[in-house]
Design a protein around this ligand. Structure first.
Ligand code: HEM
Length: 508
């Protein structure tokens, strides 16, 4: 018999058994309550159909299903079933009120026991790694210690853009390069040259684009190694390439730390330093270099793509809406004055950003209208639990439709419009918008609750700093005859289908 035929039959049988197993587990749940409603999907056919869909298709289907079934929907996607939540108040009940139950993760394909922050189950490994990132690298004082690094990267970006003044520039490439320069420095403590940054950029982008295909390896970890041999090989090769690239940077950092006393004033702690100090309490040993590389890959992936994608969406809206751009420029100029010379070293300083409520409103509106991820990373529950009268079993993933929530006309007036002023509370002492959702969830571009993005404050700072400076240094105009197109496309995040091009004109 042909090998491919055996593989297809094995695959179909295993998917069928897995679906059956899920159904049995769900129907055997301790509670007599039902799963949230949803359409019936044939196990094998369903698998083949779902395999072809991306997040944008999935979201469109879910929006239609929401109209029919309500704000909680169960979808059998062939290989697994998932529950989707499309309501602010239910997201609040789950992620904030019952946060400890709703913060687990399903295991993903991994050679390292899920020892990354986003992949680790809710427990001691996750707590250790997340606390290290949050209290070491993302502590406000550490974030501040990188202000010189941000000024260095801004200078690189402004010089690149000045060189392109009369062209219609494809901006996202420059935003991407800038974010990599910054995050690589924060990660490895070293200002790398352009070819090195480009190499890392390409490797990380390849890894992120592959991650959707690699997800299938986690569904049947053992059988998957046999069935998807080529994919496993590719996955392993990518991991080896990462090791080969990052290992020398880690070693260089260890050396630099040994010589630290010679350059004490210039020494700023980087992510690798914090990881080299960390110890697994259960095994009483330090992290090995392979484990450190995994965490560096995560740091770069989480901190670059999301931010430069959002930066592009925000700048696109400012090109499309000249009045909003002008209002923003007026606010910036009222705080720091007009730009006086051509120098790219002049900057809107970080401490000035606090005095710019309209800038903050522009960034929040960008995150509402164009969150880079339309769903959170799938959660699971630590124990079977009920939500809104339905059962959430342990073996199913639960996801939150954050982009859809941000367009709910019951919460947001004219939800499709880009209106930063909706975030301004004029003449009121009311606190600024709470992006963490700890009091109420109206939108959640960073997630909410215990798994909320730990990098949200850093991301907000990066967006505010770069948008303010890009608007203060240049006027941004549409390219003649080329209307800014806000259509979406899925890559790792949801990006502009037709990347932004603009004519940029220095203010001085
Ligand atoms: C505009 C920028 C960003 C957006 C919109 C964003 C959004 C998100 C979202 C939606 C999640 C999933 C939350 C969940 O599963 O419930 C997440 C997780 C995460 N993000 Fe971000 N993020 C951004 C920037 C960053 C930055 C700058 C870093 C760090 C340098 C970072 C590190 C992480 C990590 C480590 C996780 C996993 C958290 C966990 O599982 O406990 N992110 N982010």
């Amino acid at each position: 018999m042909e090998t491919w035929f055996i593989i297809v039959v094995t695959l179909c049988i295993s998917f069928f058994l897995k679906s059956l197993f899920d159904t049995i587990i769900s129907s055997n749940s301790k509670s007599k309550k039902k799963l949230p409603p949803g359409p019936y999907t044939w196990p094998v056919i369903g698998t083949l159909l779902w395999a072809r869909r991306n997040a944008i298709d999935l979201e469109r289907i879910l929006v239609d299903l929401k109209a029919k079934y309500g704000p909680m929907i169960t979808l059998n996607m062939g290989t697994h079933s998932s529950i989707f939540v499309a309501s602010h108040s239910l997201a609040y009940q789950a992620l904030i009120k019952q946060g400890s139950v709703f913060s687990d993760r399903q295991s993903v394909p991994s050679n390292n026991n899920n020892r990354s922050i986003n992949g680790a189950p809710y427990g001691p490994t996750w707590r250790l790694l997340r606390r290290n990132l949050f209290s070491e690298m993302l502590h406000p004082s550490r974030i501040k210690s990188y202000s010189k690094a941000r000024a260095w990267v801004l200078d690189i970006l402004l010089n690149q853009l000045r060189g392109k003044q009369d062209e219609s520039v494809k901006l996202v490439d420059h935003f991407q390069y800038a974010m990599f320069c910054l995050l690589v420095l924060m990660c490895f403590g070293n200002k790398l040259d352009e070819p090195q940054i480009k190499k890392i950029e390409n490797m990380q982008v390849k890894f992120l684009l592959g991650s959707r295909r690699f997800a299938v390896l986690g569904i049947f970890p053992r059988l998957g190694k046999l069935i998807f041999r080529k994919l496993w090989k590719e996955f392993n090769e990518q991991q080896q390439e990462q090791q080969k690239t990052y290992q020398p940077l880690i070693e260089a950092r260890i050396k630099a730390k040994e010589q630290k006393s010679e350059h004490e004033d210039e020494f700023v702690t980087c992510y690798v330093d914090t990881l080299l100090n960390l110890e697994w309490p259960d095994e009483k040993r330090k992290l090995n270099h392979e484990e450190i590389v995994t965490l560096c890959v995560e740091f770069l992936a989480a901190g670059t793509d999301t931010t430069y994608t959002t930066l592009q969406w925000i700048m696109a809206n400012l090109v499309k809406n000249p009045t909003i751009q002008e209002n923003l420029y007026q606010e910036i100029a009222s705080v720091v004055g007009e730009k006086k010379s051509e120098s790219t070293e002049e900057e809107v300083k970080e401490e000035d950003l606090q005095k710019m409520p309209y800038l903050k409103a522009v960034i929040l509106e960008g995150l509402r209208r164009h969150p880079p991820g339309h769903f959170v990373i799938p959660h699971t529950v630590t124990e079977e639990v009920e939500l809104n009268g339905y059962v959430i079993p342990r073996n199913l993933t639960i996801n939150f439709m954050l982009a859809d929530m941000a367009l709910d006309p019951n919460v947001w007036e004219d939800p499709l419009e880009f209106k930063p002023q909706r975030f301004l509370v004029e003449g009121s002492d009311e606190e600024a918008f709470d992006i963490t959702g700890s009091r109420e969830i109206k939108m959640m571009p960073f997630g909410a609750g215990r798994r909320i993005c730990p990098g949200y404050a850093l991301a907000m700072l990066h967006l505010e700093y770069f948008v303010a400076n890009l608007i203060w240094h240049f006027q941004w105009n549409p390219v003649e005859g080329d209307d800014v197109d806000l259509s979406e496309k899925q890559e790792f995040t949801i990006v502009m289908k037709n990347p932004l091009r603009a004519r940029i004109c220095p203010r001085v």
